[in-house]
Design a protein around this ligand. Structure first.
Ligand code: FES
Length: 110
């Protein structure tokens, strides 16, 4: 089933935003990164300990806005792939969610 998430204009470029939604009777914590005109969506769970990644509300990017950064121990993840390239979970990855953009709306393919 596809799920409408939000409008593409809801997230600045570069920028990020967290969402909680109900899916299969469970609460799904996810976040969206908007960078260089592209959108990437991941489960909001660090592969190191499973905690949420943001350091402030809706803040998932590092200071240079080049990587996703976990607030707990500083792991860095590639925006396009979710692969961890630095930190305690290097070599692991965030769980991506496939999306489609239709009429400026982000649709989750879940
Ligand atoms: S919990 Fe994310 S780096 Fe440790």
């Amino acid at each position: 089933m596809n799920t409408v998430l939000c409008s593409t204009s809801d997230i600045p470029d570069p920028g990020s935003k967290a969402f909680q939604l109900e899916h299969n009777n469970e609460i799904l914590d996810i976040f969206v990164i908007h960078k260089d005109g592209e959108f990437h969506v991941f489960i909001n769970s660090c592969p190191h300990t499973g905690v949420n990644l943001e350091w402030q509300e809706d803040q998932f990017l590092d200071a240079e806005q080049s990587f996703i950064q976990c607030a707990s121990h500083g792991a860095l993840f590639e925006i396009a792939t979710g692969h961890c390239i630095h930190g305690p979970c290097a070599g692991d990855r965030l769980t991506p969610i496939n999306i489609e953009i239709i009429d400026n709306t982000i649709i989750l393919l879940i």
